[in-house]
Design a protein around this ligand. Structure first.
Ligand SMILES: Cc1cc2nc3c(=O)[nH]c(=O)nc-3n(C[C@H](O)[C@H](O)[C@H](O)COP(=O)(O)OP(=O)(O)OC[C@H]3O[C@@H](n4cnc5c(N)ncnc54)[C@H](O)[C@@H]3O)c2cc1C
Length: 654
């Protein structure tokens, strides 16, 4: 990239991004590994106790931010224990220690206290500088006004209806998704301004840069409007505006509209069985027999759901997700026995669709408020959105529940043989300290594939099972821009970009809740959401995730930023957008360990329930139990809660 192009993009402009360096500096001690110096957890000047500590306001590289993962990686690489001194016993003793401050960990603390009573002493240890895990808040102050986006976990949705346990917890926290959706989500704003969906065809993939505004059946974000645009924009007229070759256009119309039974003579169940063992790419190429030029148009449509493109996703999952080509096949609604979990769920009907302005970070904040009321002031699920968290209240010596950030757990050990143990020793690294606490029980609500490094005494079969659960990498960028007049001029609310580095751009959803007000005028600053799911088409799914993780960890902030500016310039400049002038802030939420792994019938054996790696992996080990979505082999908030409930019940005796 030339210097002058970089200048055009605004790579030299000062924006609120570089303060991520402060984040790195603050946690750098953790990266340097402990030197054994003795001082207790409470007397150390911990970052979270410093005035003004507010990680949600940080921009730059967030998610797995610098300083959060280096210890874990050195533990994985076998270099950690050689370079540390002796651990220091803090003398702290708890009824429960939870490893991981995501929704599963916070829910575990809640369920434990519910059963054990309000005087129970609980410590939550979290390696990041903020709580919430994937449910992370991105907070901006643009033009003097608070604007929020989700750094990770977004929707209170799930392929299957929320269980009584998960639903019960939402209710306890005051969250009523259907009511909130009607009351607080403004689905009319963008429509009233005539904004619609668009597709950006990039020259590297499709031969030329072209933005096509208005997509069939995907006009605006509500059911009523969807049917309106379906009436007004046909596939033919949409495709006529694209740079695709005539034979590709004809194939796409066939996939989208033709009612053909591609497997005549088979029952619905037999068809589903076949479709579950072939990729959607193969289905399109070999069964529907499309022109190969069709593939780039559909390739990434499954990434947001499963982290891989259509080359590695069963056609059956794609049917359940609503992708086209199956309309004449007479497939009956509902799951087939060998459907992967999420597809089975969607085929049976999903649940809620509401989201808070900061996504499920509001659920995490409500949980923290419930556990440590003084840390997140307020009383309702509405007022939590604008509440200013006081991080210095999270880890008070006199409080029954403590939440300790920037603390990576490195060893969890039953104090005696697992079947007779009454206590667990938990060792964690924090800054330059290696510290030890004791507890009557421990819930590991952390990423399951990390557990074998924390508990090397686990049976080998269980460690193998835990290692199997490779998480899916994703990256979400939140970009603050000066105004959105370019979106208005072009008539766009969101852009899908099937060939680009970032697979899409969308204006922040319009939500007004409590005292929070989203922008309503195009002249006002607003936040954009961009996403990318790094993978390597052609490899088996788990290998694609490993490849993507490596890519994320080796990509610099500068590269992410240049790609953001480049895409915004190429899609919006015809509407007057100037990347150098109009971008005010960038946060890149990098999640090398993102969605929990869901089994994929193309690559995973068809195990019976009790042989599945998540079931073998989550087995209780003495006074240690295991939560996190990984334990359910899914990637949803309801399962994070359900698994916490199970893990707590195992620990306390069902
Ligand atoms: C980008 C993204 C978008 C998503 N969108 C949605 C969505 O819209 N809806 C939905 O339902 N789900 C979504 N998910 C899935 C999400 O994973 C779950 O909903 C849920 O938030 C997971 O909670 P958890 O507590 O199980 O795991 P996590 O949120 O991953 O929390 C586990 C925590 O444990 C910490 N930890 C790990 N090892 C250690 C250690 N050794 N010491 C201390 N701490 C440790 C981790 O750093 C992490 O903070 C999304 C996930 C991602 C990554």
């Amino acid at each position: 990239m030339s210097d002058s192009h970089d200048r055009y993009l605004g790579m030299d402009r000062p924006i609120t991004r570089r303060d991520f360096m402060n984040g790195a500096a603050m946690a750098i001690g953790a990266a340097m590994l402990p030197d054994g110096r003795a001082f207790s957890a409470t007397e150390a000047p911990e970052p979270q106790n410093q005035p003004e500590y507010d990680p949600a306001r940080k921009t730059g590289l967030r998610g797995s931010h610098p300083g959060s993962f280096e210890i874990a990686h050195s533990l994985r690489d076998g270099t950690f224990w050689d370079s540390v001194g002796k651990s220091v016993d803090t003398g702290e003793a708890y009824d429960l220690v939870v490893v991981g401050g995501g929704i599963s960990g916070l829910a575990a603390a809640h369920f434990f206290r519910e059963r054990a009573g309000t005087s129970s002493r609980i410590l939550i240890l979290e390696n990041h500088d903020d709580f919430g895990g994937h449910a992370k808040r991105n907070e901006f102050h643009l033009g003097g006004r608070l604007q929020l986006l989700n750094g990770g976990t977004f929707l209170i949705d799930s392929p299957t209806p929320y269980s009584q346990v998960a639903d019960g917890l939402l209710k306890k926290l005051g969250i009523d998704p259907p009511k909130f959706d009607t009351k607080f989500t403004d689905r009319k704003l963008y429509r009233s301004l005539g904004l619609q969906s668009a597709v950006f065809f990039d020259k590297e993939t499709f031969g030329e840069d072209r933005l096509v505004v208005g997509t069939p059946g995907r006009g605006w974000d509500d059911e009523e409007s969807k049917s309106e645009t379906r009436k007004t924009i046909s596939w033919e007229s949409f495709l006529a505006k694209t740079p695709l070759a005539p034979e590709v256009k004809r194939s796409i119309v066939r996939v989208q509209e033709a009612k053909v039974d591609h497997m005549p003579g088979l029952s619905s169940a037999e068809k589903k069985a076949r479709l579950s063992k072939m990729s959607y790419r193969d289905f399109l190429l070999n069964v529907v027999k499309v022109d190969p030029g069709v593939i780039p148009f559909y390739q990434r449509q499954t990434e947001g759901e499963w982290g891989v493109g259509i080359d590695a996703e069963p056609a059956l999952d794609c049917w359940a997700l609503g992708l086209p080509g199956f309309q004449g096949m007479g497939l009956e609604p509902g799951a087939a026995p060998n459907m992967s979990y999420s597809a089975a769920g969607y085929a049976n009907g999903g649940s809620y669709r509401f989201h808070f302005p900061d996504g499920n970070a509001s659920i995490a904040r409500l949980l923290v408020r419930e556990l440590i009321p003084s840390a997140v002031p307020g009383h309702t699920a509405e007022d939590v959105v604008t509440a200013q968290a006081d991080y210095s209240r999270l880890d008070r010596e006199d409080a029954p529940i403590r939440l300790r950030l920037n603390s990576t757990v490195v060893r969890v050990q039953n104090a005696r043989a697992p079947d007779s143990a009454k206590e667990v020793e938990i060792t964690y690294a924090r800054g330059k300290q290696l510290l030890k606490v004791r507890s009557k029980g421990c819930v590991l609500a952390c990423w399951n594939m990390m557990i074998p490094y924390l508990c090397p005494d686990l049976p080998e079969a269980q460690k193998d099972a835990l290692h199997y659960l490779v998480k899916i990498p994703l990256v979400y960028a939140s970009v603050g821009i000066r105004n959105w007049t370019s979106f208005q001029k072009l008539g766009i609310q969101n852009i899908s970009s099937p060939g680009s580095y970032w697979s899409g751009i969308s204006l922040n959803a319009a939500t007004n809740i409590g005292e929070y007000r989203g922008p309503t005028k195009p002249e006002e600053p607003i936040l954009l959401h961009l996403s990318r799911t790094p993978n390597k088409p052609g490899l088996p799914a788990r290998e694609q995730h490993k490849f993507g993780r490596y890519e994320l960890l080796t990509t610099t902030f500068e590269t992410f930023e240049r790609k953001i500016r480049d895409l915004l310039a190429r899609t919006l400049s015809a509407g007057g957008f100037d990347p150098a002038r109009d971008i005010e802030a960038i946060t890149v939420n990098r999640w090398p360990h993102g969605y929990g792994y869901e089994y994929n019938p193309l690559f995973d054996p068809d195990w019976p329930e009790d042989r599945r790696p998540n079931v073998i992996g989550r087995k209780q080990f003495g006074r240690i139990t295991i939560a996190n979505t990984d334990s359910a082999a899914t990637a949803y908030t309801d399962t994070a809660i359900d698994q916490a409930y199970r893990a707590v019940n195992e620990l306390m005796g069902n």
